[in-house]
Design a binder for this molecule. Structure first.
Ligand code: F6R
Length: 261
């Protein structure tokens, strides 16, 4: 696990975008796992800029999103389909047929989840998974107590997560209780992980994930077991890390060949 502490979300997003761009240049048919929420918006803007101004080509890239609310149609204003369309897909040249998100209107949810897992396998697995983190440590919508080996399935949101996400809806009562989310086991199989976290509200979750025990009470803590997980943080989200100075020293003193990896 590498902890990269940057001055602000723009700097963190820029570094994460460079990491993704390097992957796409090395492997033009890369499979990306994508997240929604406020956190990756600047990352997506930066990737769109790299596409428009730097010719970063997504024409062979495939994507799988982490999650979707159950009961929301793709064109619902708060659906993750709509979010991805507006914040990323309409700005880059990923072929429509290469884009996958869980279907919030799936009739047979377990069968849909099994198909989603199969589609990920058929695509050769996820090369790089983008993650945000909930203020309670969730990744995807794997709330506390989620099995650390879980696969794509239905989950019930905690009230804290519903309240955190109510800003995307007209009112709290409109936030669905149920979601489909990739499992923690699914996320752990991606070949690399880029987790972004911004703001003091994420500080305890980040510290627990990076320096606490591995526990289903902070699902992101399982990333300590991932061979290639990087956390891109701003100063406030790094505020509760005990070893922040060490992480900064490590990043500043990387051998040249390791920079940008
Ligand atoms: C979104 C997702 C969630 C969010 C997390 C943080 O697809 O899977 O885990 O990353 O809830 O959300 P924001 O970025 O809005 O603070």
């Amino acid at each position: 696990m590498e902890i990269i502490i940057t001055p602000d979300p723009a700097a963190a997003s820029h570094l994460a975008a460079r990491r993704i761009a390097r992957l796409i240049r090395e492997k033009p048919d890369a499979v990306l796992g994508l997240a929604t929420g406020s956190t990756p918006v600047t990352l997506y803007k930066e990737l769109i800029r790299m596409h428009r101004e730097g010719g970063l080509d997504f024409s062979r890239v495939s994507t799988f999103n982490l999650d979707e609310y159950l009961g929301l149609a793709p064109d619902h204003a708060a659906s993750y389909h709509r979010f991805m369309e507006e914040n990323f897909f309409q700005g880059v040249n990923i072929p429509r047929g290469n884009i996958r998100l869980p279907d919030g209107l799936a009739k047979d949810v377990p069968a849909h989840c099994a198909d989603y897992e199969q589609e990920i396998r058929d695509a050769g697995g996820i090369d790089l998974q983008v993650l945000g983190i909930g203020s309670d440590g969730h990744i995807g919508f794997n709330e506390h107590g989620s099995s650390l080996a879980s696969r794509t399935r239905i989950k019930t949101l905690t009230e804290r997560t519903r309240e955190d996400n109510a800003r995307f809806f007209d009112k709290l009562e409109d936030v669905p209780h149920h979601v489909i989310t990739m499992g923690i086991g699914t996320i752990m199989e991606s070949r690399s992980v880029v987790l972004l976290a911004f703001g003091a509200g994420k500080a305890d979750a980040v510290a627990g994930a990076a320096e606490g025990p591995i526990t289903a009470s902070n699902p992101a803590s399982i990333l300590q077991m991932h061979p290639d997980a990087k956390f891109y943080l701003d100063e406030p989200s790094a505020g509760a890390l005990e070893r922040a100075e060490y992480y900064k020293w490590v990043f500043k003193n990387k051998p040249a060949w390791q920079a940008d990896q």
